[in-house]
Ligand binder design. Structure first.
Ligand SMILES: NC(=O)c1ccc[n+]([C@@H]2O[C@H](COP(=O)([O-])OP(=O)(O)OC[C@H]3O[C@@H](n4cnc5c(N)ncnc54)[C@H](OP(=O)(O)O)[C@@H]3O)[C@@H](O)[C@H]2O)c1
Length: 322
């Protein structure tokens, strides 16, 4: 089969490789589409696999075959989940698979799992979102940012602030987040404007209850300034650097919770637990989290897709189809 294979330096080349075989508890999936994620640009992705490291972190497709000890899925089922998706065939843990809702297309489904699970884990499990709260997301136009803003609004936030480095993207961010039952404010991610915009959205001027942060070092001080007493900051990405100096007295004075999350150190059981919580909590609402697809690339153009992601011109998701 054709697959994008990851080199040690983080580059990818499309090659013919042996198709994977589903082990016990796994599904073999004929990939229809696979979303591109920021972590795909790093050499870490795929490094834990045996044999050629097929790139990709998520996919959607039809179940082609099932391994032993799989009872819930049948050949032909439409599934999506986290796995090495830049290939014609991929394996997916049966416990990691999510049924694709009937009205979700392949390109949307292939680009959904990582942002959906990351947003739910950050907002609900680690962020402990409660109705009426003020939620901030940054990297506002990113796959994670657009999904987290929508999820926060649909799960009952009182207002959502989406912070971006690119104000010209504001209209596209609004369109990608979609209509919400609460106000959505798009603001600049850095500086005084950010802190003022967040405080201005809270009834009492005290700031955010919950911040889902993909930018990291560059904005940590601003996030702490924009958070209210007992606020929570969930650190999901370090696009703006990993080393920051912070005022621990402000952290203590506000009694903030600063929590980091990643899939990298989760065991298979912990990964499956993230899926279970998300699917049980969102139920038949999953269809509302269809991502905005910015651009679709054939597998042979995966290098162009990665270059497009680095340019940061997209809003929502870039997708690769085999
Ligand atoms: N913890 C987890 O489990 C988990 C899972 C998935 C993703 N992530 C992380 O979440 C982040 C977003 O991933 P993604 O795949 O959704 O990204 P993406 O779609 O490639 O979005 C990137 C966007 O981030 C913003 N950005 C880029 N460089 C920046 C910088 N130096 N400073 C500030 N903002 C910057 C830009 O948005 P604007 O133009 O709107 O500013 C850019 O368009 C990444 O850090 C990724 O590693 C974490």
């Amino acid at each position: 089969m054709r697959a994008a294979v990851l080199g040690a330096d983080g580059s990818v080349t499309v090659q013919d490789v042996e198709p994977p075989a589903p082990a016990a508890g796994q599904l073999l999936v004929r990939v229809r589409a696979a979303g591109l994620n920021r972590a795909d640009l790093s050499a870490r992705a795929g490094a834990a696999q045996a044999g050629p490291a097929v790139a990709g972190l998520e996919l959607a497709g039809e179940v082609e075959a099932i391994g032993e000890q799989v009872s819930r899925w049948r050949p032909g089922d439409r599934v999506m989940g986290r796995g090495s998706g830049f290939a014609e065939l991929a394996v997916l843990g049966a416990a990691d698979a999510i049924r694709v809702p009937p009205d979700v297309g392949w390109e949307e489904a292939g680009a959904m799992p990582v942002t959906l699970l990351t947003a739910h884990d950050a907002l609900v499990t680690n962020g402990r979102l409660r109705a009426g709260e003020l939620v901030v997301v940054n990297a506002g136009s990113s796959g994670v940012g657009t999904c987290a803003a929508r999820m926060a609004g649909l799960l009952g936030a009182g207002a959502v602030v989406s912070a971006t480095t690119s104000r010209p993207k504001a209209a596209a961010i609004r369109a990608a987040v979609g209509p919400l039952p609460c106000p959505l404010v798009v603001t600049d991610v850095t500086g005084d404007e950010f802190v003022a915009a967040v405080r201005g959205q809270s009834d009492d001027g005290q700031g955010a209850h919950l911040i889902v942060d993909s930018v990291g070092a560059r904005v940590l001080g601003d996030n702490i300034a924009a958070a209210r007493v007992t606020g929570r900051i969930v650190q999901v990405g370090r696009l703006g650097g990993r080393h920051a100096e912070i005022d621990l007295d402000e952290l203590a004075r506000k009694r903030l919770t600063l929590v980091g999350v990643t899939f990298r150190t989760r065991s298979p059981a912990e990964g499956a637990e993230v899926v279970r919580r998300c699917v049980e909590n969102l139920g038949d609402q999953l269809t509302r989290y269809r991502p905005r697809i910015d651009r679709v690339f054939p597998l042979g153009q995966i290098t162009e897709a990665r270059a497009a992601m680095l340019r940061n011109e997209h809003v929502g998701k870039l997708v690769v189809v085999p």
